[in-house]
Design a protein around this ligand. Structure first.
Ligand code: H2U
Ligand code: ZN
Length: 345
């Protein structure tokens, strides 16, 4: 890579979202006397009688969880979207537009064990989550255009409970970010006759500056246009539209690459690494969407230690996203972390 990019301020283009970010690598050494988040307490019981996600416990609405022994899905008791909604009334002015949206929100428990995280679960257990994500996408994709699978991990990301869990919000409309990725991938496909993210994965596989972990089916990179310090993008190496399309081999490979990535994340600052992650697959509801390439984003907030996080403030709120440490330096640090979880050392 042009060595000037690792030393001087510059802007990089995000082709998935059609936006730019400011990179200031010369600033990575500045002193920090601001806030420090407290590292999360490490010891948790394998069963917590007060947890609303543990097997057999009562949830906030009084319903009792089954005595599940692998994964467990339920409709979110405080759903952000609902299946039956009245049409929104037209406000009669282009500056006051509103639309109705129908959807369904679910919570997915990854494990009955209160003390685990995906990073600490066994490959066999992670595989059950992969299969569940795929099955949920297939089912909800019959009824809704967009199925957003995500996980908020850790207090820092606003997770309401340490029990390993994620969420699914399915809606009949594409969210704004999904709509932008859709338009960008479509335009690239129509122009080049190839998939934007497949071309990107191929190029990153050649350049090897931002790659972190890789196997036969998948590649994880710190994307060239990453905003968060240790942001990563998980990419299939072959054309794939949606999670339910994964074959046996791709599911096994996904299981192992998730495990490797998440262990590296935990090892970086020797803390259960906080992040928001989620899947982006082709919209459902009939359309074929040949321009889409399945992928997952990981957005971790930490910057320089288990307690110092990146703030999206000032310039980021008002002009555009900015980062100090370059994606190349972040990828190198993640690549160099050990493959065995620090708690097992
Ligand atoms: P988060 O940790 O990402 O907030 O996800 C937990 C979800 O669990 C949250 O959306 C739901 C909350 O609405 N929930 C229930 O559905 N039932 C409960 O008893 C408590 C929390
Ligand atoms: Zn629990």
């Amino acid at each position: 890579m042009d060595s000037r990019l690792s030393r001087h301020p510059h802007r990089r283009y995000n082709p998935l979202l059609d936006e730019w970010i400011l990179v200031s690598p010369q600033r990575a050494q500045r002193p920090w006397q601001g806030g420090r988040e407290k590292a999360a307490p490490v010891e948790r019981p394998s069963y917590d009688p007060d947890c609303y996600l543990c097997p057999g416990n009562r949830r906030a609405n009084g319903e009792r969880n089954p005595d599940y022994d692998s994964t467990f899905v339920f409709v979110n008791d405080f759903s952000a979207v609902l299946p039956d909604v009245p049409p929104a009334r037209d406000a009669g002015h282009p500056l006051f537009q509103a639309k109705s949206v129908a959807g369904e929100a679910r919570v997915i428990c990854f494990s009955p064990r209160h003390d685990l995280t995906l990073a600490e679960m066994s490959p066999r257990e992670i595989r059950q989550v992969v299969d569940l994500w795929a099955a949920q996408t297939a089912e909800l994709g019959q009824r809704f255009r967009w199925v957003q699978i995500f996980e908020n991990r850790g207090d820092m990301m606003g997770a309401s409970n340490p029990h390993p869990h994620g969420q699914i919000w399915a809606t009949d409309a594409l969210g704004s970010i999904a709509a932008r990725e859709d338009a960008q991938q479509r335009a690239y496909y129509e122009r080049e006759g190839r998939h934007l993210l497949l071309d990107y994965a191929f190029e990153e596989g050649k350049r090897r500056e931002r790659n972190i972990v890789e196997n036969d089916s998948w590649l994880v990179v710190a994307p060239f246009w990453a905003v968060w310090p240790f942001e990563t993008l998980l990419l299939p190496k072959a054309p794939l539209r949606r999670l339910p399309d994964l074959d046996e081999r791709q599911r096994q490979d996904l299981t192992f690459i998730l495990k490797r990535l998440l262990v590296k994340y935990d090892n970086l600052f020797e803390v259960s690494f906080p992040y928001s992650m989620g899947w982006h697959g082709a919209p459902g509801n009939g359309s074929d969407n040949p321009h889409w390439q399945l992928h997952a984003h990981f957005f971790p907030p930490l910057l320089r230690s288990a307690s110092v996080k990146k703030f999206m403030v000032g310039y980021e709120m008002l002009a555009e996203a900015q980062r100090d440490i370059s994606p190349e330096a972040a990828a190198e640090r993640l690549r160099e972390t050990a493959d065995a979880h620090y708690k097992l050392r």
